[in-house]
Design a protein around this ligand. Structure first.
Ligand code: AMP
Length: 464
């Protein structure tokens, strides 16, 4: 059978209903708490990824990609058994081989595991790493809170000086400000293992006196891990948090000096911050500095209050984690910024200001239109030639009507449209249409590239 005949036969057959297909009784749907990032939003993501890459390069951070699946104990041991993430939110499962595994709910523990496992301690210290990817937490879904979200994470492992904490804050601040978001950093110190002993005692004493007002989780955590009471999101417990003894009063001299040095560095860098004496950041591995990024529309205090509900990111120092994992005593610090929330904030700002805050994809310089089967195939080759010459090009080869193609060219804001029909193909010419004014000219197809260059970039044709 000739090839074209055979193709026609196949097309005819595919039009008939397929008797072997069993339809699902219900259409597949997005899993609750998950989110599709649709094509029209990709510009935000691409732009953020490019900034993150630039910051990584500017500050000598190396990218690391750890697996989404880790052994469960990476998180139970690292984050703490009484944390919300481990107790309530982790996607954990036993696989076919009987291994207890979890989808990563955060980056730091997996990166600490990788640092030890790959002997990064033998690299020049500190090791500066960044990651970008999805995290999974079975939280109650709501605006800005998903069961899969994406974080940009930066970690500095192997250095304990306060300047590292401030530089990490600077990096997060830079991402946000380069996206026109006005950040404010809330910062606290939760001390080290030794100064936290006294603090825990004063906290237990404070909460014991108010036990009756606590939620069930807090009652349970009171004797096991009292610091976690400062993370509780239940309203009645929240009101107790604001009157709880501040940890800064219990800091040892070394931790207090460290905290002051971080704040002095932030002052020097002119990064706006607010000390928040009750910020503890929900995980057991933190030591000394903890911080969170919030966005403010303006510096009005009530805006700061409402922004408090939706942190864009956060992090802190975790000087004991590597040792807890069986490595050498290795100070470290890091932070993560939630990309979905940043994109939300960006769109909110664009809406409020009525301006596009990030660069849109470049509009095509040339739309390639065609009329007829042979010109269409020739135009497809021409499209490749134009790309190779560095032009931004668009076309819709599946459309036959010139009118429909010109409409698309208009919609995508092409500067010029070149039109190749049967006649042009025969006499070696091509039409160039200026989409602004609609005027057209016919030129020798051999002169197409220099003519386009001249029209679009003002370059002189070689040889006249
Ligand atoms: P965390 O690791 O909990 O400190 O979160 C760091 C940042 O990630 C937060 O400030 C949010 O921007 C983002 N984030 C955390 N959990 C979620 C979530 N469930 N949905 C969307 N973004 C999240």
């Amino acid at each position: 059978m000739p090839r074209i005949k055979k193709a026609e036969e196949l097309i005819k057959q595919s039009d008939k209903p397929n008797p072997s297909i069993t339809r699902l009784s219900k259409q597949p749907q997005l899993v609750k708490g998950m989110k599709d990032v649709l094509p029209h939003d990709q510009i935000y993501w691409e732009h953020i990824r490019s900034i993150v890459k630039k910051i990584g390069d500017d500050y000598l951070f190396m990218r690391i990609d750890t697996p989404i699946v880790e052994h469960l104990n990476v998180y139970t041991a690292g984050l703490g058994k009484q944390t919300d993430i481990v107790e309530k939110e982790m996607y954990s499962f036993t696989d076919q081989g009987g291994d207890n595994l979890a989808l990563r709910p955060e980056f730091t523990a997996g990166i600490a595991r990788a640092y030890i496992e790959h002997g990064m301690v033998s690299l020049p210290q500190p090791v500066k790493l960044y990651a970008f990817g999805p995290l999974f937490r079975h939280e109650k879904p709501q605006e800005g809170r998903y069961r899969q979200h994406t974080q940009w994470n930066c970690e500095v492992i192997g250095e304990g000086k306060p300047v590292v904490d401030a530089q990490l804050i600077l990096l997060g601040y830079k991402l946000l400000t380069s996206l026109h978001i006005k950040p404010i950093v809330q910062v606290n110190s939760i001390g080290c293992r030794s100064c936290r002993i006294a603090y825990r005692e004063s906290l237990v004493e404070y909460y014991r006196a108010r036990r009756a007002s606590l939620c069930d989780d807090c009652k349970r955590r009171l004797n096991k891990n009292v610091l976690r009471l400062l993370d509780c999101k239940v309203e009645t417990c929240q009101s107790l948090i604001s009157k709880a003894p501040p940890i800064v009063d219990s800091l040892c001299d070394a931790c207090r000096d460290h905290f002051i040095a971080v704040l002095e560095c932030l002052d020097e860098l002119e990064i706006p911050y607010q000390p928040n004496p009750h910020l503890v950041r929900g995980l057991d591995y933190y030591t000394r500095t903890v911080f969170e990024f919030y966005a403010v529309m303006n510096t009005n205090e009530s805006d700061v209050q409402s922004a408090r509900m939706a942190a864009l990111g956060g992090g802190g120092r975790y000087d004991d984690l590597i040792e807890m994992f069986g490595g050498l005593s290795t100070p470290a610090a890091g932070f993560g910024i939630g990309i979905e929330r940043v994109v939300m904030k960006l769109k909110e700002l664009e809406k409020a200001s009525g301006t596009k805050l990030i660069p849109r994809r470049a509009e095509p310089e040339i739309f390639v239109a065609q009329l007829g089967e042979q010109p269409k195939r020739r135009a497809m080759v021409l499209y490749e030639d134009l790309l190779r010459e560095g032009f931004t090009v668009a076309a819709e080869f599946a459309k036959d009507s010139l009118k429909a193609q010109l409409e698309i060219a208009n919609k995508c804001n092409a500067t010029l449209t070149i039109i190749l029909g049967q006649k042009e193909l025969l006499d070696g010419s091509i039409i160039i249409r200026n989409m602004g004014g609609g005027e057209q000219e016919v030129i020798d197809i051999k002169k197409l590239i220099p003519t386009l260059r001249k029209k679009l970039h003002g370059e002189q044709q070689k040889g006249g």
